[in-house]
Design a protein around this ligand. Structure first.
Ligand code: SF4
Ligand code: SF4
Length: 68
């Protein structure tokens, strides 16, 4: 199964990965602030990840790693 890992403290909460994910399983965690003061992206339904890596390609800060 594919696994998406988001480096929470590198994320700047831009939301590009949220829009890029075809499965719509990434959201900004509005209940949390990271070390930079942003709402970090997180994967809400990791079991649905298909490993397409669109999220990692879109992230301007290379905060996302996809293992498959
Ligand atoms: S690898 Fe694809 S399906 Fe998985 S979280 Fe990233 S964009 Fe979504
Ligand atoms: S694209 Fe990168 S920086 Fe932007 S919200 Fe997603 S993980 Fe964070």
């Amino acid at each position: 199964m594919a696994k998406t890992i988001i480096a929470e403290n590198v994320c700047k909460g831009c939301g590009l990965c949220v829009d890029a994910c075809p499965k719509k399983i990434i959201q900004l965690d509005l209940g949390k602030l990271n070390a930079k003061g942003y709402n970090p992206a997180h994967v809400v339904s990791p079991e649905q990840c298909i490993g397409c890596a669109m999220c990692a390609i879109m992230c301007p800060d290379s905060a996302i790693t996809v293992e498959r």
